[in-house]
Design a protein around this ligand. Sequence first.
Ligand SMILES: Cc1cc2nc3c(=O)[nH]c(=O)nc-3n(C[C@H](O)[C@H](O)[C@H](O)COP(=O)(O)O)c2cc1C
Length: 234
Amino acid sequence: MYKNNNPMDVFECIAARRSIRKFLDVPVEWDKIGIILDAGRNAPTSGNIQDWNFIVVQDEANRKTIAEACLRQHWMSQAPVYIVVCADLKKSERFYGVRGNRLYSIQNSAAAVQNMLLAAHAIGLGACWVGAFDENVISRVLNIPDHARPQAVIPIGYAAESPEPQSKYPITTVTFLEAYGNRIKDIDAVMHDYSMVIEKNLKKARAGAEKGIRKLPKQGKGFAEKIREKLRKK
Ligand SMILES: Cc1cc2nc3c(=O)[nH]c(=O)nc-3n(C[C@H](O)[C@H](O)[C@H](O)COP(=O)(O)O)c2cc1C
């Protein structure tokens, strides 16, 4: 199995991942595909039912047909490999009934997809989550049985672009405190932002030093000015 000798910090990986839609004409090594699949299978699932399967597609003709079925997103076929994530609805329903079929199946697959996107980025590959497709065509091309449902196609390859980050809403827009609709008024207070604490302590220290300076005898005035100068710089 491929070993990543320069593991990326998880927060750096989350922040720097982008959807990649342009790829170099370079094959992806199998050991790297293995790492991505491993990340997918380690995703959380409801009751650990692991109600998904991953189909690795390298065949050029199939990749083209799938790109066509993804509402003609032809850029996809530049990627040398796709991973198609399928939910096993029979399994989801067996364990969790209607909720399993309609909700957990989608959530479980989505968690696997996101793990794979992050893993791809962490090992220097580009990938994109593709959800717009004709399910019937994908199922026919890949022999997916009726009880399974294709959830996402992930084209993967070496990136030939480095897109600017997409704008994301700030925490205060997407987060409510304690109840729906209750917006956060002071994010620093909620997040215990330590820069505020440092600023407060600095203020105290400045005031204390100023008090001390005022008490200095007249001969110490030059020295006092030097201290003031230093405090202003901080
Ligand atoms: C459920 C889902 C479906 C998506 N379907 C497509 C798609 O069909 N084609 C595509 O190019 N990108 C697709 N995307 C990728 C989004 O466009 C992309 O994540 C979004 O613009 C934010 O950009 P970022 O991934 O670089 O942060 C999909 C993403 C999700 C989560």
